[in-house]
Ligand binder design. Structure first.
Ligand code: HEM
Length: 199
């Protein structure tokens, strides 16, 4: 991936990031320090994390159906690279732009936001369990908290870019501006809610 192709996602990720209250999102200094303290320990968890991730997806018909015959080794490699880059750091604008792009890569294969959110939950839960098994109690809790904030933050970027991509595609098909399309979607939501309320 070139820096140029990331540029657009960089701006989008910045825009979505700025919507998240600082107390409620990943903390670039504090959380990055916690990740850095346990970098080597986390690198050693890569095999069990990647294996468990795909065992989980392949054990469930709806998620297994996304994959093509013989694709698993290639997918394991991309997840391995993703995990090692994540635990290596740094958590900079480029990292969050890349996560926004990764969200879209899934859209073209029919992976839903629901599946993405569930697997982020699985990653956070698994990293937290491994932390409890391998680290002193307080450090394990700090690392689990940092993973949770990372998971929610990245999922926020992914879900917004998913919506943005859909709106942009629809707006383009209708020859409209994205902003006008968004306003129309809000009006339609209000109308639908009114039609649901009694009386
Ligand atoms: C925590 C959630 C997830 C992470 C971090 C993740 C990570 C990644 C990464 C880094 C790539 C490579 C992107 C690229 O080519 O630049 C990828 C591709 C892919 N992932 Fe995921 N993934 C997640 C969830 C899922 C789920 C839930 C599914 C299916 C149910 C899935 C199926 C795929 C497929 C099919 C591709 C290949 C896409 C393509 O290039 O056509 N992933 N994933």
């Amino acid at each position: 991936m070139t820096d140029k192709s990331l540029g657009r996602f960089y701006a989008l990720a910045q825009e979505f990031w700025s919507q998240l209250p600082p107390q409620a999102r990943f903390r670039p200094l504090e959380d990055a320090r916690i990740f850095a303290r346990h970098r080597e320990a986390m690198k050693a968890w890569v095999d069990s994390l990647v294996q468990g991730f795909y065992d989980t997806l392949f054990a469930h018909p709806a998620t297994r159906a996304v994959f093509r015959e013989g694709e698993r080794p290639a997918r394991e490699k991309t997840l391995r690279d993703w995990y090692l880059r994540t635990v290596e750091g740094p958590f900079n604008g480029q990292y969050f732009a890349w996560q926004t792009l990764v969200g879209l890569v899934h859209v073209r294969r029919g992976v839903t936001n629901a599946m993405m959110a569930a697997m982020w939950n699985w990653v956070v839960e698994t990293a937290s369990r491994l932390a409890r098994e391998h680290l002193p109690k307080e450090e394990a809790q700090a690392l689990a908290d940092a993973w949770r904030r990372l998971g929610f933050t990245v999922m926020a970027l992914i879900s917004e870019s998913y919506l943005h991509a859909y709106l942009e595609a629809l707006a383009q098909a209708e020859g409209m501006e994205v902003g006008a399309f968004l306003r129309r979607a809000q009006e339609e939501a209000a109308r639908l809610l009114r039609s649901l309320s009694p009386g």
